[in-house]
Design a protein around this ligand. Sequence first.
Ligand code: NAI
Length: 300
Amino acid sequence: RGKRAFIAGIADDNGYGWAIAKSLAAAGAEILVGTWVPALNIFETSLRRGKFDNSRVLPDGSLMEIAKVYPLDAVFDNPEDVPEDIKTNKRYAGSSNWTVQEVAECVKKDFGTIDILVHSLANGPEVSKPLLETSRKGYLAAISASSYSYVSLLKHFIPIMNPGITTWNLQSTVTPAGGASLSLTYIASERIIPGYGGGMSSAKAALESDTRVLAFEAGRRHRIRVNTISAGPLGSRAAKAIGFIDTMIEYSLANAPLQKELSADEVGNAAAFLASPLASAITGTVLYVDNGLNAMGVGV
Ligand code: NAI
């Protein structure tokens, strides 16, 4: 059978998660999606009404199918974690089983196993504040939603992920099933990007460091690979909320080795490669998909 992927962090057709889903679908994977609870209604309605049909078209002309959309809030691991004000919140009341542990249980019940886990989500309530003006609460919220959410997802999905086998046969037409996991990061983790505040730069640094440690732990115990893509700027919904995305896109266009706008599909294709047996020896890496901007030392 083809591979099955769970992609956490899709709520429209503009972000990296959607593009990754399309590239994986084009490569034959079955697509399951985790959508942030407050965004679930509008995403499902738009899907049903065909609002995304133009962007569902795959290279062979068929439309990407999403086998199931799960409500998810990756800030909560299990029902005991959920505070009263969220439980009773109108935007959450209509959905159930959306903590990380419950979503993993539901996927297990519905589909048994997955092969690929993608984390394409981030949230920093104080992202527009400089780090020096960020509150403890805002900083910890950024880390919780953008970094620990990945640790939690991997931890809860590993038991239902197909483990890799020790030797790949790259010539085989029946490619062996193997678990692969990836996330999205941003160069603000390692270089100063003024405007990416609220502890989001710290959260991405944690995510990249965790990629290495998780690659070791998941690799040794389960032969699952863990990588992250350091993506260039994209005018997604999340990025527009930060406010400086147009400046970043212009900066990249002016200064990167490849002077073209970065398309989300290019990140999607890199993700499909990393999740595939072609990348069977790649784990614990940060892969730059940014038109090469990371390699520049000065603006030109
Ligand atoms: P996006 O808006 O398409 O994706 C972010 C998603 O996270 C949204 O669907 C949102 O509903 C979801 N989300 C937020 N909090 C959540 C929670 N607690 N539980 C579950 N879902 C939650 O935006 P984008 O930009 O495609 O972001 C995807 C990833 O790419 C993020 O990790 C982001 O940091 C990363 N990235 C984005 C860049 C950009 O320029 N857009 C550059 C480099 C990395």
